[in-house]
Design a protein around this ligand. Structure first.
Ligand code: FEO
Length: 404
């Protein structure tokens, strides 16, 4: 891997993680990830963000191909989660920077995470400008996009937006630019990332996009801290319009059936619910939570307007993977869903109602009564499942129609 020049004297010098599959310990990353940071060589040499602690060596190797790492004057910390700041303490020790810039909330995180005694930290306010020679940098706070400390850095003369976590995707690759990547892989990675990380902050996304538009900020390059960089006008437009679409969460004519079965009865019910959807012409995806991860459910919800949950009842509640799935999905606050619940039981059968209640708490439009079936579903039970699937399909079609 080599450093890559985005624009004259602006370089990607990050680290690529081909191994990671468990991003932030809550979301699967089937394509690995990258920790991007950017070196700008001007009268001042400035590094924007660092990398995860284990990527320190790779980052310093990349910087050394451009300049002496000890010559770095400024470090900008747009966000302090350790995937962007883990390498900071060793780097500060190495280059003894003149200044380290962060937001007010960034200072709180930085001093909590690291021993910052003697560090030359300077807090920048929203809209603050910094001259580094031929270039001016504007810092824009993007609070709760996705942390309280988050900000982005805009290189005015180069029209480069270093966007930190915003516009990221988890892709490890030998190439650095979105236009070098297969389009469907890029889009599916963007959706997985957005729906598992950024989704609850969709109102802030829409607000930030409007603010950027109102400020008339011209952008040639969007350089996120994870994944590929958007450098063509088409790709810049593509990622911005994709984010707007993700944030709006308009209903989509497709259903996710996520289920967890114990003795295969709930799996049979799931299949029959799918048949009901199919009969009404609504596409679906079946997700067996004993094989898939709850973050896969969110990735699929990016293209779906219905979430149907199925679980056997075990010890008076849904099974554990379903419980984890509910916690994950609920925290991400998906909007505009149609929902339904079903499951088998051997003793009492509380799970379907509990799942329906969870969907209602997510403000989903819950269709039908929670459907429970004793142990091994018979023909009449499966007929009820098909009816439930068809009811969800009709409700979803209406919702989509109304949203047009
Ligand atoms: Fe990429 Fe919020 O960490």
């Amino acid at each position: 891997m080599r450093p890559v020049e985005l624009k004259k004297d602006i370089y990607w010098v990050g680290a690529v993680d081909f191994d990671i599959r468990n991003f932030h310990h809550y979301s699967r990353a089937p394509e690995g990830s990258t920790y991007n940071c950017y070196l700008v060589c001007d009268e001042k040499t400035v590094l924007f963000d660092t990398v995860d602690a284990h990527g320190y060596g790779e980052m310093v190797k990349h910087i050394a191909e451009i300049c002496d790492p000890e010559s770095i004057d400024y470090i900008v910390c747009n966000h302090l989660e350790p995937d962007h700041s883990g390498a900071l303490p060793r780097l500060v020790k190495l280059c003894k920077p003149e200044k380290i810039f962060c937001s007010a909330m960034g200072l709180k995180s930085m001093t909590n995470l690291y021993d910052t005694e003697g560090w030359p930290i300077e807090v920048v306010k929203d809209g603050a400008r910094l001259n580094i020679g031929r270039r001016n940098i504007t810092f824009l706070e993007t609070r709760m996009l996705h942390w309280p400390d988050s900000m982005v850095s805009y290189l005015e003369e180069d029209r480069v937006l270093i966007s930190n976590d915003a516009f990221g995707q988890n892709i490890a690759s030998s190439y650095r630019f979105a236009d070098e990547c297969d389009r469907s892989l890029l889009l599916s990675s963007m959706k997985r990332y957005y729906y598992n990380i950024v989704l609850p902050y969709s109102p802030q996304v829409l607000k930030t996009l409007k603010r950027v538009q109102d400020l008339g900020i011209a952008i040639d390059v969007i350089a996120p801290d994870h994944g590929l960089i958007f450098r063509t006008p088409e790709d810049v437009q593509f990622v911005i319009s994709s984010y707007k679409e993700f944030a709006e969460q308009k209903p989509k004519l497709r259903a996710v059936i996520a289920y967890e079965s114990m003795w295969n009865g709930t799996a049979k019910m799931a299949s029959a619910v799918a048949d009901g959807l199919e009969a009404e012409g609504v596409p679906y995806v079946l997700i067996n939570l004993q094989q898939a991860h709850c973050s896969d459910v969110m990735a699929e919800l990016a293209d779906s307007g219905a979430l149907i949950l199925g679980s056997a009842t075990r010890n008076n509640m849904p099974m554990v993977n379903m419980m984890a799935c509910i916690a994950h999905v609920k925290g991400l606050r998906p909007q505009n869903l149609v929902g339904a619940a079903f499951g088998t039981y051997g003793w009492s059968g509380e799970a379907p109602k509990m799942m329906a209640d969870a969907l209602a708490e997510m403000k989903a439009e819950v269709v039908g009564e929670p459907l429970k079936c004793y142990f091994n579903p018979k023909a009449e039970d499966l007929a009820k499942c098909r009816t439930l699937g068809a009811e969800v399909a009709r409700a979803l079609k209406e919702k989509c129609q109304n949203a047009m």
